[in-house]
Design a protein around this ligand. Structure first.
Ligand code: G
Ligand code: G
Ligand code: NA
Length: 253
């Protein structure tokens, strides 16, 4: 109840922040972009995880405002980095609520226009299970988002229930393998077989593959050997504040 009330005020008070976690090429050598991850700097509780406050926002009708803020903030950041000579592709997470907004595409287009950014610098991540909740609706929304030039990614792939024929119809450019498979990669032959199959499937359908939750050099090497296109995880960097992200990107580039 307390957190719910506080969250209402957090947006106005500027207590929400976006942190950025780099994504790197399959060999781990070059930066390919960054995922924007919301954080709440609560005056008493310190940094609150989105795993805690996103469900609260969803339950109490705040997710619309929060989702808008994330899109606006990410576009502001992309523009600011461009001003510093940094061209960072940013991935933004979409909640189920946002995916069902009738005017989502206009909101995204509005932010792109307002901040004068190239739409191909933005990727929207939607989890497979959210996508499948209304599979036909997702197809239509992806078509419209794709038409304005942004990229689309299916997050936490392998935990939902999409079919091959559905994936073929969906205008997504990327699958993000769920971190559970990455975690077990070195200890489980099954996990390795699953990742191998997902990479083959994705490539056969013309999709790129990103692996998340990469924590060890061993995982990186297996993922690279299996043909993963991009990697993300603590092995490379944790989510960081924007100025640290910029330093990291410059150090890489
Ligand atoms: O960063 P962390 O691992 O604490 O994030 C926990 C969860 O919150 C992840 O599943 C992540 O996708 C989600 N999340 C982080 N930022 C956002 C956001 O801006 N919007 C939505 N909808 N989810 C987010
Ligand atoms: O599923 P999604 O891409 O939204 O998950 C992003 C979340 O995963 C981020 O909130 C981030 O804090 C967390 N994360 C990023 N890298 C790692 C990692 O290497 N290991 C673990 N356990 N979590 C990670
Ligand atoms: Na994500």
């Amino acid at each position: 109840v307390e957190l719910q009330r506080d969250l209402r005020l957090a947006l106005e008070r500027g207590e929400l922040e976006l942190h950025y976690q780099p994504k790197v090429s399959g060999d781990g050598r070059t930066i390919t972009g960054a995922e924007a991850l919301a954080r709440w700097r609560h005056p008493q509780r310190g940094l609150v995880s989105p795993a805690v406050f996103i469900p609260i926002a969803e339950r109490f009708g705040l997710i619309g405002a929060l989702g808008d803020w994330v899109i606006q903030q990410a576009c502001t950041q992309v523009r600011q980095w461009l001003g510093q000579g940094l061209r960072v592709r940013v991935a933004i997470n979409l909640s189920v609520h946002q995916l069902r907004q009738d005017d989502l595409v206009q909101r995204v287009q509005g932010a792109i226009d307002q901040h004068r950014i190239d739409p191909t610098l933005l990727t929207f991540e939607i989890t497979e299970s959210v996508a499948m909740e209304d599979a036909e609706g997702t197809l239509r929304t992806f078509e419209r988002l794709s038409a304005i030039g942004v990229h689309l990614s299916i997050d936490d792939f392998g935990t939902g229930y999409s079919s091959l024929s559905y994936l073929r119809r969906l205008q997504a450019g990327q699958l993000k393998i769920d971190r559970a498979f990455v975690r077990d990669l070195e200890s489980s032959a099954d996990a390795r077989a699953i990742v191998e199959a997902v990479v083959r499937l994705a490539h056969a359908l013309g999709l790129k593959v990103v692996a998340e939750g990469v924590e060890t050099a061993g995982q990186r090497d297996v993922l690279h050997a299996l043909g993963c296109d991009e990697l993300q995880g603590f092995l490379f960097a944790r989510p960081m504040q924007p100025h640290l992200m910029a330093l990291w990107a410059q150090g890489e580039g």
